[in-house]
Design a protein around this ligand. Structure first.
Ligand SMILES: O=C(O)CCC(=O)C(=O)O
Length: 283
């Protein structure tokens, strides 16, 4: 039972607790244009997936942008433009990670996953405020979510969370709901919610923002896999500030902006259909 609320509005809070996400209007047309123009101007249409970052068919996330200056500048710009609106919705939350998420035409899949756990999810909810900067629908790869899945598997998660469902992803696609999101609207999702997004088959870049917010009164945490011993992952747990993610590569952040607080062992999560149903469907 998580007692700490997320949203100031009672009705929205009830929906978030029940379904794991809500959709709300957030930004004005001018704010959307400002953010979109800033991103597209600064990136001048080039690809910003560094060599060896990850699968080249994936969406581009600012947190691994080729230019480290752009990562910090993006965080500051996003927080500057959307911070006030987000503060009016969320009950004393603070930003931890900010990404532009771009899908150039013809690419940009985001595999079925839960986001990193960045707080103790037994006591708190961190949320991603995912803001559409263009109209997003089934054609250009909007979010697809598994309603209610945030109630299961609130375990420590790091980069490996992107691999856990590879075996079942195609098989369970029919359980997901596509969420159409007009430009300027936001999906506020519990970071434990299972979600996916398809490649962009539209005619222009599909640009969005992911702003990860945590409660002011919660400790941040980031889980880094450091080893695999006898089938168990050795995981370092860090308490971090946003700067930790401005110099981030293959799951390792900037140690100058974090403090290692624990070392834990975890099994490697791998879901076949039976384990998936047991965890998320028949619970
Ligand atoms: O932008 C997308 O399509 C997906 C991004 C995502 O998975 C997230 O923000 O958690």
């Amino acid at each position: 039972m998580i007692e700490r609320r997320v949203l100031r509005d009672d009705e929205l809070e009830g929906l978030l607790v029940e379904r794991g996400y809500v959709v709300v209007p957030l930004l004005s047309g001018n704010e959307v244009a400002e953010l979109r123009d800033w991103y597209l101007g600064a990136s001048s249409g080039a690809s910003h997936r560094p060599d060896g970052a990850y699968d080249p068919t994936y969406a581009e996330f600012t947190v691994i942008h080729t230019d480290p200056q752009f990562r910090s500048a993006s965080f500051e710009r996003i927080v500057d433009v959307v911070g006030g609106s987000v503060h009016r919705l969320l009950d004393d939350y603070r930003p931890l990670v900010a990404n532009f998420v771009n899908k150039p035409v013809g690419s940009g899949v985001v595999p079925l996953h839960q986001n990193w756990s960045v707080v103790d999810e037994g006591r708190f909810r961190s949320v991603s405020v995912w803001i559409a900067l263009v109209d997003c629908d089934e054609n250009n790869g909007s979010l697809e979510i598994f309603n209610g899945s945030h109630r299961s598997l609130r375990e420590p998660r790091g980069m490996w969370a992107y691999e856990a469902f590879a075996e079942v992803a195609d098989d369970v696609r029919g359980l997901l709901e596509l969420v159409p999101v007009p430009a300027g609207h936001a999906v506020i999702l519990d970071d434990a919610l299972l979600h996916y997004s398809a490649p962009n088959h539209g005619a222009e870049d599909r640009l969005a923002i992911q702003l990860v917010m945590i409660p002011e009164d919660a400790r941040s945490r980031f889980c880094e896999r450091v080893d695999l011993v006898d089938g168990l992952m050795e995981v370092d747990v860090w308490e971090v500030s946003p700067e930790f993610f401005w110099n981030f590569w293959h799951g390792v952040g900037d140690a100058d902006f974090g403090r290692r607080v624990d070392r834990i062992q975890l099994p490697v999560p791998r879901f076949d259909r039976e384990a998936f149903d047991r965890t998320f469907v028949d619970r």
